[in-house]
Design a protein around this ligand. Structure first.
Ligand SMILES: Nc1ncnc2c1ncn2[C@@H]1O[C@H](COP(=O)(O)OP(=O)(O)OP(=O)(O)O)[C@@H](O)[C@H]1O
Ligand SMILES: [Mg+2]
Length: 259
C-alpha cells in the first residue's frame, strides 16, 4: 500500500474542562521520523493519547485525519486497525492475558475475519522478533507487562510495534528507563521499520535516543502547542543549551499549559 498521512490540524484538547492542547498542528507522512520534545507538562503525552482516542481526553476543536479519514470519528480499536500504534509512556499491566495472546489478538484485529494469522506463522514471527530484540522467550508467556521491569516494558512495546505492522507509530518516551544496551536495541527495532510505508512520532527528552534514530524533523512543544520545528540540529541544540533560548526567542515566560 502507498504511504499514509496523519494530519493534525489546530487540535484543542481538554481534560475535565481544562484545556491542555491549544492548537497543535503536525503532519506525519510515512517514510518520515518526527521527534517531539519539550519541557515536562507541556502536552506531549496528551497529544499521543488524543491521537489514539483515550476517552478522558476531549477534543474540543480541530481535526485528526489519516489519509483523509476522520480519526476522531473512530473508536480506539478502529484507530489501531487503521494503522495507528501507540507505545504509552506508562504501559498498562494486564493480568490474566499473556503477552503472546495479546499480541496475536492484536494482530488478528488488524486482519479480515477468516484471515487470522496461522498459529505457527505467528510463533515463528514472534520468535524472530524476540531474538532481534534480544528478549527472553519466557516473556511471551508472562501476563502482559505484569511485573515487567521498566526497560522490559519498553522493549515489549517495540515487540508489539514490530509485529503489528502499523503505518504510523507514536512512541511516548520509549527510551525512558532503558539501560545503555537496551537503548540501542530499542533504536534498532525502530530503525528496522524505517521505510516508505512507516512513519513515526517519537516523543523524547533526550538526544541520546536521537543519536541512534536520526529524526527528519524535530518539534518543540510548549504551552500545549508546537512552538518550533526544525531538523536534527534542533534537538542537538536543545541538548546543549536547554529550552531557555526558545522561550526568549518566542517571548514565552512560562512554558506550561497553565500559562
Ligand atoms: N488525566 C489527567 N488529569 C488531569 N490532568 C492531566 C491529565 N493528563 C494530563 N494532565 C495535565 O496536562 C498537562 C500536560 O500533561 P502531559 O502528560 O501531556 O505532559 P507531557 O508533555 O507529556 O509531560 P512529560 O514530559 O512530563 O511526560 C499536565 O499539566 C498534566 O498534569
Ligand atoms: Mg509525557
Amino acid at each position: 500500500m502507498a504511504g499514509s498521512v496523519l494530519e493534525i490540524k489546530d487540535l484543542h484538547v481538554s481534560i475535565e474542562d481544562k484545556e491542555i492542547l491549544k492548537g497543535v498542528n503536525l503532519t506525519i507522512k510515512s517514510g518520515e521520523f518526527h521527534a517531539v520534545m519539550g519541557p515536562n507538562g507541556t502536552g506531549k503525552s496528551t497529544l499521543a493519547s488524543a491521537i489514539m482516542g483515550h476517552p478522558k481526553y476531549e477534543v474540543t476543536s480541530g481535526s485528526i485525519t489519516l489519509d483523509g479519514e476522520d480519526v476522531l470519528e473512530m473508536e480506539v480499536d478502529e484507530r489501531a486497525r487503521a494503522g495507528l500504534f501507540l507505545a504509552m509512556q506508562y504501559p498498562s499491566e494486564i493480568s490474566g492475558v499473556t503477552n503472546s495472546d495479546f499480541l496475536r489478538s492484536s494482530i488478528n484485529a488488524r486482519r479480515e475475519e477468516g484471515d487470522e494469522i496461522p498459529l505457527m506463522k505467528f510463533i515463528k514471527e514472534m520468535d524472530e522478533a524476540m531474538d532481534f530484540l534480544e528478549m527472553d522467550k519466557n516473556m511471551a508467556q508472562r501476563y502482559l507487562n505484569e511485573g515487567f521491569s521498566g526497560g522490559e516494558k519498553k522493549r515489549n512495546e517495540i515487540l508489539q510495534l514490530l509485529m503489528m505492522k502499523a503505518e504510523i507509530g507514536i512512541l511516548d518516551e520509549i527510551d525512558s528507563g532503558l539501560d545503555i544496551d537496551a537503548l540501542k536495541v530499542v533504536a534498532k527495532g525502530i530503525n528496522r521499520l524505517r521505510d516508505e510505508n512507516f512513519g513515526c512520532l517519537i516523543i523524547t527528552h533526550y538526544q541520546r535516543l536521537l543519536n541512534y534514530i536520526e529524526p527528519d524533523f524535530v518539534h518543540v512543544m510548549m504551552q500545549g502547542r508546537v512552538v518550533k520545528s526544525g531538523g536534527s540540529e534542533l534537538s542537538k541544540r536543545l541538548e546543549a543549551e536547554g529550552y531557555d533560548w526558545i522561550k526568549q526567542e518566542l517571548n514565552i515566560e512560562d512554558e506550561t499549559i497553565n500559562a
